[in-house]
Write a protein that binds this ligand. Sequence first.
Ligand code: PMP
Length: 405
Amino acid sequence: MGILDRHLHLLETHRAMQATGADPLVVMERVLSPTEAVINGRRTLLVGTNNYFGLTFDKACIEAAIEATRAEGTGTTGSRTANGTYAQHAALEAEMAEFYGKKHCMVMTTGYQANLGIISTLVGEGDYLVIDADSHASIYDACKQTQATIIRFRHNDPASLEARLRRLKDEPGNKLVVVEGIYSMLGDTAPLKAFVEVTKRYGGYILVDEAHSLGALGERGRGLVEEAGVLDEVDFVVGTFSKTLGAIGGFCVSDVEGFEALRVATRAYMFTASLPPSIVASVRAALKIVRKDGAVLRKRLWDNVATLYDGLAKAGFRLGPEHGPVVAVVMPDQMTTVGVWQALMEAGIYVNVAVPPATPGGLCLLRCSLSAAHSRGQLQHMVEVLAEVGHRFGVLPQERSAAVA
Ligand code: PMP
């Protein structure tokens, strides 16, 4: 058996898609703005990024990045625990901690590493890591890096979580519950208040990954933890700088005593290079925007959510269960998903193809995501095009139905 044989089926699936003329691994030949790029020589509307506030082209963020590069160079060439902690990293950590009203913050190089490193370090032998079954890959990968016992509960089901915790109630180990604010595939939100209540009742800790909800939810943009009114009770909030904040990086904020031990125990923090000065500076500028103009951007984002979600629901598409910055359009099968995706590309619209095993419940999805930078006209155009393509591919039901889970 060849060393890569175990992965060949993945390549075969991908090649089967390519054989139909569709290659979802697109190359952006030129990025024009937060909502447009040139792909395959065509000006294309982007409705499949995570640019929720459209800050990637924000003037202040760009200027801050340029300025920091001039002042401090292109990279740190080392990890946070060696030569890679600059005053700016510490300043960003203080600003993130203040934003969340938490005592501690650790900034990491990606959101993936934040989940991987923090979760796998918080629990070890004799402990229990209790995760939602639809968790992101970074959470599943953290499970592989810890000696803790892994227990899954049914997606977004507090009764299922309770049943698991009840069984563990006499076990001496720590219990860490991990959920996400907004789930990246179907765009549904966690019933967080109930999760927090159950977790606390059984003496557990709870960590919330707010990758898709930072900026988008909460009166001050602090995600579902704020919107659900549980910011003070949640033990760890993990998030990313790669979506609403328009750059790259991850973070964890917390009030838990002894948090600083994570800096000398988290391998994904200690053994990888730190964020370059340009990124730290642009993230700090983006955070300032979230704090100052967040309400306006959030309203624009949610107005756009309503335009796309309601437009597609009215056209008869089956969608994810909730309004949100991620709008999942359910397709009947993989070939239709790819066919519709390709037809959208030919019409100059880019969305994400999401198929099993990356999706929950074996669903085939066209994953759309919105930005405050989209214009209403762009989204109305998308609804019209997708409705036409949906009819052409026989996706739209005869009888127009409302959104379902
Ligand atoms: N958590 C969730 C829920 C995500 O969707 C993602 C990215 N798609 C991450 C973590 C990882 O973030 P990053 O891109 O910063 O590595």
